[in-house]
Design a protein around this ligand. Structure first.
Ligand code: NAD
Length: 436
């Protein structure tokens, strides 16, 4: 099949490349000419493990190409995917749909044949209806369908998530779009991947409900971690004890500094706005959002406590900046409010991340970024683990202790199980009594 992928970011680039891997001819389009130029030269604009080889293989096989020319890409496509960003609107929290609507307009102006336009971006209920109207306004006699196919991949394991998903969700209003999308996802039939076929509106809502549920699960375990600290219990044992119950499941029960990233914060907020518009109270999600916001700030108090109540003039080393390991994505990373709060308390910040430093430099101010984690902790008054990169798990604690001014470690991801205290560190973890 011929596919045009509008938006070549984390989702568009991975989806487009994987569709090409299944034998389709895919043209990825982006407005950002620098991104497209880089891709043409074989350089990836994002960090995603394994993606470079997959892009290269499909480019060489002539199945995957990159362009800024939307008209040319859309002209003879069977399927046109919209995978542009839907960031939160400043202040209100609803999803900013201007990129989606702009893409729909541009598609309409270039439309030929009888394609299916598929919204892959995460969009509020009813957006598919608006996309349909936008296209119909330009092409009143055009023969096209609009479908919803939300994406569930996770950055850091995006290729596996895409090629071996738990399920595919297809929202359609007619048989033609269903036929096209069923054919596209037919390679997954071999693995018996469930395909949920539903109406467009239900598909749109499924994506938000999934993210809100996962955000709630994280927030639940984080709140229990606070209780564990008070009663002297270990949150990892608690998570294991409840997670082995299949009705609960073990994933998303890792206590930490609060969820961040480009999806959960914005999607929970957008879902709340939709619910408000329809007069429905989603109280569990409201509390999740509020508790997570409060938690991010509370992490700075944990650091303040660990150093004895005064951060003025102290140097704090931050280990890990991206919102999770194996990505360079800094959008809504918990490290940002943590660093800003520590700075307000008077701390000087040094930070290290194995991959995210370039993006971090764009969003952080007055932070000294260090390529070498040991140089980052040298003469620091405390070190804070914020992202559980494998390279950070592997740090030599004895060497760190020698280099630091004070052996104080605030381990917000519980990456150092017992080793840190044994190495002589004063350790504050999450959901564990101090110094264990
Ligand atoms: P992104 O910001 O990485 O990429 C979006 C791209 O779209 C950018 O490169 C931008 O230049 C391009 N763009 C915007 N308007 C355009 C236009 N009119 N024509 C061509 N290109 C245009 O965003 P992302 O992280 O890939 O997310 C895309 C969507 O997928 C969002 O709705 C997001 O919520 C959803 N999603 C993201 C993830 C994730 O892990 N990042 C996972 C699932 C779903």
């Amino acid at each position: 099949m011929k596919i045009a992928m509008i938006g070549t970011g984390y989702v568009g680039l991975v989806s487009g490349t994987c569709f090409a891997e299944w034998g389709n001819r895919v043209v990825c389009v982006d407005k950002n000419a620098e991104k497209i130029e880089q891709l043409k030269q074989g350089k990836l604009p994002i960090y995603e493990p394994g993606l470079d080889k997959l892009v290269e293989r499909n480019q060489i096989a002539d199945r995957l190409s990159f362009t800024t020319d939307l008209t040319a890409a859309v002209k003879d496509a069977d399927l046109i995917f919209i995978a542009v960003g839907t960031p939160p609107r400043l202040g209100s929290g609803d999803a900013d749909l201007s990129f989606v609507y702009m893409a729909a307009k541009e598609i309409a102006e270039s439309l030929e044949g009888q394609p299916t336009v598929v919204v892959k971006s995460t969009v509020p209920v009813g957006t598919g209806d608006v996309v349909e109207k936008i296209i119909a306004a330009v092409r009143p006699h055009g023969s096209f369908s609009v479908a919803s196919n939300p994406e569930f991949l996770r950055e850091g394991s995006a290729i596996d998530d895409f090629l071996f998903p738990d399920r595919v969700v297809i929202g359609v209003e007619g048989p033609r779009a269903l036929e096209a999308l069923t054919a596209l996802y037919s390679p997954l039939a071999r693995a018996n991947t469930p395909v949920v076929v539903t109406q467009r509106r239900a598909a749109e809502l499924i994506k938000y409900a999934a993210n809100a549920f996962l955000a709630t699960k994280i927030t639940f375990i984080n709140e229990l971690a606070d209780l564990c600290e008070q009663v002297g219990a270990d949150i990892d044992d608690l998570a294991l004890g409840i997670g082995l119950d299949h009705r609960i499941g073990r994933s998303f029960l890792k206590a930490g500094p609060g969820y961040g990233g480009s999806c959960f914060p914005k999607d929970t907020l957008a879902l709340l706005r939709t619910a408000q518009d329809f007069g429905i109270a989603l109280r569990v999600v409201e509390e999740t959002v509020a508790a997570n916001e409060a938690r991010k700030r509370k992490m700075a108090l944990k650091v303040l406590d660990a150093v004895g109540g005064d951060l003025k003039g102290l140097t704090i080393a931050i280990l890990g900046l991206t919102f999770k390991p194996d990505t360079d994505d800094m959008r809504d990373a918990p490290s940002i409010p943590l660093i800003e709060t520590l700075q307000r308390f008077g701390a000087k910040i040094r930070a290290h991340d194995p991959v995210g430093m370039e993006n971090a430099a764009r969003v952080l101010e007055n932070v000294i970024l260090m390529d070498d984690p040991y140089e980052c902790v040298r003469d620091a008054d405390a070190a804070v683990v914020v992202t559980e990169w494998e390279s950070i798990r592997q740090l030599n604690l004895d060497l760190m202790k020698q280099l630091m001014r004070a052996p104080i470690l605030i381990d917000l991801r519980n990456v150092f199980p017992r080793g840190a205290a044994q190495a002589g560190f004063q350790v504050s973890s999450v959901g564990r009594p101090a110094s264990t």
